[in-house]
Design a protein. Sequence first.
Length: 213
Amino acid sequence: MNVLVVKANNRPASEGISSKMYETFMEAIKGAEDLTVSTYDVFAEDMPYMGQDLFNAFGKLQNGEELNDIEKRILAAKQKAKDAFTAADVVVFAFPLWNLTIPAKLQTFIDYVDEAGYTFSYDAEGNLVHLMPEKRIILLNSRGGVYSAPEMAPMEMAVTYMRNLFGGMFGMNIVDEVIIEGHNANPDQAEEIINEGLSRVERVASDLAYQYA
């Protein structure tokens, strides 16, 4: 069973809670004999943002024209992300809420795999078809405020986005979620909030290892 862990925070674990969630997950799953675990660090990869360079590259490929350096880079980066995603039976995302949404580097990874004919398609009647419904998704997210409160929930566009895209658009099974929230809003309870959340991350990793043992 192949597990891909997408690390989407380049802050050290002492400062970034989702970085600590990533480290906790990796430590807890270490040694699981029937799991092959790999990391895709979106901040360590060469990942040009999606834009006209990608569309130019597609056009040149169709016409048999030579690609320039940026076009070669973005096609190679897109293919590397797709290859990693394709090989995974389970994809774990460890990511923060930054400015109400996901980090731009994580968005770029998603832009690379969000491709018609790859993760989804449409039938003759225009209905959405899920092409990878067997893939399992785990979301590990941290946010300093309390966005589960009704008055704040409409502003949360990180976990909500990931659920809608992977669970809705792609039809994949979101099998687990751990959200650590409120540690900045409630500094006197921060240690307790974080430790309880990290314990849940450990349980998710242990459950995954046990499930496929």
